[in-house]
Write a protein that binds this ligand. Structure first.
Ligand code: VTB
Length: 343
């Protein structure tokens, strides 16, 4: 009994280190990546924007005191030079291995096009958990339905769109015509968009970035009530980590529509391709950290601002177990003796 409690105290200490101490380290990681990619804003080069975000994220991540493993990243080892799935990151691998083992899901630049065109909604983002706390989702599409805490439990991925909208409106004590639903503007969403319009709800079509839209849906006052449609599965897992911190919900299903993908998920041990995942299925970790920084202006965070004496960033960092949602406004000072800080 005594041994058991000592063990679990040790385990929970490690996990507390993860939430309390690593949370701020992860803010540094997303801030640095955001500053690097913000320098490329509007240059029309999405690959460059993504590349500098990835390189910078990796550089800063290497200094974090942890034994991190990328579980969702830039692709398989042979297709991505860094932040590839399975890559070991962090300062802890070199020093005898006392530091916590952490699984990490990254999207170094969510909304590469948004950054390349200087449009709102680009963010740098990551989620972290104790080992096994984030589903290793394949890089395919995922059908998603994201709602905030009040609408948890009343929506169903397979229900008609009109019914889900009615349920959301009822929970938010308003009419369907008052709702704002965010949908990626894609030909594959024509039917969905028609159905939302027919039901009478309002729509915000976005060109990219359903991850930050999903987070906005779980925060009261952002003017986003749900996100519907299909986007990337890896981003779905990162959204799920955010939902677990914000008490929102993502319901999701992998879109497995080719023999290659069938084969891929079989190898990954996913038996039922039609399974509907909840936030807890996608991000089952008990100790979860979610961190994001605005690259361009968005609903929750401002974009990076360069002001000569330094750089200002807006970030959000959330921890599930300790229940903290922090909005972090940072000023990164230029190395000059006469540097000024403005409120
Ligand atoms: C993008 C991106 C999203 O999914 O749409 C991508 O903007 C995949 O969709 O934020 P397309 O292939 O149609 O572009 C996301 O990355 C994330 O879900």
């Amino acid at each position: 009994m005594a041994t058991h409690s000592t063990k679990s105290t040790a385990a929970s200490n490690l996990e507390n280190i993860m939430e309390f101490e690593l949370a701020l380290e992860f803010v540094r990681v997303v801030e640095d990546a955001a500053i690097a990619s913000a320098h490329t804003m509007g240059q029309g080069d999405r690959h460059k924007a993504d590349q500098v975000a990835t390189e910078t994220m990796r550089d800063t991540m290497e200094k974090v005191p942890m034994r991190g493993t990328i579980v969702i990243g830039e692709g398989e080892r042979d297709e991505a030079p860094m932040l590839y799935i399975g890559e070991q990151v962090g300062a802890g691998w070199k020093d005898g291995g006392k530091l916590p083992m952490v699984d990490i899901a990254v999207d170094p630049l969510e909304g590469t096009n948004l950054c390349a065109t200087g449009s709102p909604g680009a963010i740098t983002v990551l989620a972290a958990s104790e080992k096994g706390g984030l589903l290793n989702a394949p890089d395919c599409y995922m059908e998603k339905l994201v709602v905030g805490p009040q609408c948890k439990g009343v929506v169903d991925l397979d229900a008609p769109v009109a019914e889900n909208l009615k349920a959301i409106a009822r929970r938010l004590t308003r009419d369907v015509s008052d709702l704002v639903i965010v949908v990626l503007e894609r030909p594959r969403h024509e039917k969905l968009i028609d159905e939302i319009r027919t039901a009478g709800a309002r729509i915000r079509l976005i060109s990219d970035g359903d991850l930050s839209a999903g987070i906005a849906a779980a925060v009261v006052g952002t003017g986003v009530h749900a996100v519907m449609g299909s986007g990337g599965a890896p981003e779905g897992v990162i959204t799920a980590a955010a939902m677990r911190c914000l008490n929102g919900e993502i319901l999701a299903r992998l879109v497995i529509n080719t023999p290659e993908l069938e084969e891929r998920i079989k190898k990954m041990g996913i038996a039922d391709k039609n399974k509907i995942y909840t936030s807890k299925d996608l991000a089952p970790g008990d100790h979860l950290v979610f961190a994001a920084t605005g690259v361009t202006d968005g609903a929750l965070m401002k974009g990076v601002r360069f002001f000569g004496d330094g750089t200002r960033t807006s970030s959000i960092v959330m921890t599930r177990h300790s229940g903290k949602v922090r909005f972090v406004e940072s000023i990164h000072l230029a190395k000059r003796p006469d540097v000024k800080v403005r409120f």
